[in-house]
Design a protein around this ligand. Structure first.
Ligand code: NDP
Length: 443
């Protein structure tokens, strides 16, 4: 049996209850087959794949807090420090009721390769909790964040592990988490990224994942003789990534026709009124159904999803496995030319294969959405230097990083005879650097 299949089988035996983690490891290792086969003996002797697929450590903890009625509640906290071969652990925190160890592990595993691809010295990690800020008061969120950090602070540090936001963890939560860290440790340090501008945050960090997704997509289209100008873009989600992806798409001359949240989706044939979406989602923390109420030209539906609308470019920016095979069939039928992933693992393996087999340009998450973590690393640099760069300076660096990520993925795919397969290319380019570092450092 090949080394890859041996490792995949062992993972299957060890973690049958972790479907997302198994899905991510299978996707990555399978696409690395040519590289690994070329170094099979060396990698096997060094247990390279076992060391890559088993986290350095998993920290699981209890998070007790008191709700507004005086009731004590308990949630689960997680931090999975996956791999620090090329730099301190780095990866977001996700607060959502469906968070499990499997989800945190899949995200942490993917983060290793994504961070490597950025070209910056950051390792892979992820964390979070099954606590959902939706529907909670500000005081409850503060209480939860303080309790969460009261345990997490022991394991993180500016040169050790630097968490950031993800689903359910935005500027407000990062502020509360940072405040508690500072209160316990008594130091101002770049221990979290995504911080507010008044206390060490970086300009462009808020926009970075969405903007970076569009810079990547633009480069992918350009290299294939296409452009975003006048293209109809379907976006899912209405959170941090989706909103700034929509903003940049519009700035680049595209027409954004859909957005969604966890209760429904909107379709606006002549283009979504993004400022209105921002008021509803960023200021009121409301539902997209409110958009339809104030925009008669839009349709709002709770059933189905945004992929049924004809579009040229599809940008899944909500959550994992939100674009399945049936959606891929529809996208191809409707003439979609490119799919680029803003969310992590939003496209199922079957859907990805179908899209690529039918000539749809496919920008995989770990390349296309790496702008967020790349800008987090730029925030770390500014914190170390005790400087704040201008918006233009950070945005220019972000653009350069995204263009360079595209080319690394493109070249790696070509090198292994898979031209145009940016999914394999991104995995290979991310993997090669981490593999070299692991081998160089010994066990
Ligand atoms: P947010 O919490 O800001 O937004 C998530 C959005 O997706 C919300 O609009 C939410 O709806 C919607 N959503 C969540 N689950 C579902 C679902 N099952 N069906 C439909 N809509 C859903 O998170 P982010 O924008 O930060 O993250 C989105 C994705 O991007 C995640 O996969 C994350 O891992 C990934 N990502 C984020 C980065 C970042 O910098 N923030 C960096 C790289 C990747 P509702 O408003 O109802 O909650």
């Amino acid at each position: 049996m090949s080394y890859i299949d041996e490792v995949l089988e062992k993972l299957q035996q060890n973690y049958p209850e972790q479907p997302e983690f198994l899905q991510a490891t299978r996707e990555v290792l399978t696409s690395l087959r040519k590289v690994i086969t070329a170094h099979e003996e060396e990698y096997r002797r060094n247990a390279l794949l076992e060391r890559l697929t088993e986290p350095d450590r998993q920290i699981l903890f209890r998070v007790p807090w008191v709700d507004d009625s005086g009731q004590m509640r308990v949630n689960r906290g997680y931090r999975v420090q996956f791999n620090n071969a090329i730099g301190p652990y780095k990866g977001g925190l996700r607060f959502r009721d469906n968070v499990t160890l499997s989800i945190i592990k899949f995200l942490g595993f993917e983060q290793i390769f994504k961070n490597s691809l950025t070209g910056l010295p950051i390792g892979g990690a992820k964390g979070g909790s099954d606590f959902d800020p939706k529907g909670k008061s500000d005081r409850e969120i503060l209480a939860f964040c303080q309790s969460f950090m009261t345990e997490l602070y022991k394991y993180i540090g500016a040169d050790e592990d630097v968490p950031a936001g993800d689903i359910g963890v935005g500027a407000r939560e990062i502020g509360y988490l940072y405040g508690q860290y500072k209160r316990i440790q008594g130091i101002h340090t770049g221990v979290l990224t995504g911080k507010g501008l008044s206390y060490g945050g970086s300009l462009v960090r808020t926009e970075a994942t969405g903007y970076g997704l569009l810079y990547f997509t633009q480069e992918m289209l350009k290299q294939n003789g296409l452009s975003l100008e006048g293209k109809r873009v379907a976006i899912s989600g209405a959170g941090n990534v989706a909103i700034y992806a929509a903003q940049k798409a519009i700035q680049l001359g595209a027409v954004v026709v859909t957005m969604s949240d966890s209760t429904g989706w909107i379709y606006e044939e002549n283009g979504i009124d993004l400022p209105a979406v921002r008021v509803i989602k960023e200021e009121k923390r409301g539902r997209l159904s409110e958009y339809a109420a104030s925009h008669p030209s839009a349709s709002y539906q709770e059933k189905g999803n945004v992929w049924s609308v004809p579009c040229d470019v599809a940008l899944p920016c909500a959550t994992q496995n939100e674009l399945g095979l049936e959606d891929a069939l529809l996208l191809v039928k409707n003439g979609c030319i490119a799919v680029a992933e803003g969310a992590n693992m939003p496209t199922t393996a079957e859907a990805t294969s179908y899209l690529m087999e039918h000539g749809v340009l496919f920008g995989p998450a770990k390349a296309a959405n790496a702008g967020g973590v790349a800008t987090s690393a730029l925030e770390m640099t500014q914190n170390s230097e005790r400087l704040s760069w201008s918006f233009e300076e950070v945005d220019t660096k972000l653009q350069e990083i995204m263009v360079s990520i595209f080319h690394k993925a493109e070249e790696a795919a070509k090198k292994y005879g898979m031209a145009g397969n940016y999914l394999a290319g991104a995995n290979i380019a991310g993997f090669e650097k981490v593999a070299q570092a692991l081998l160089a450092q010994g066990i």
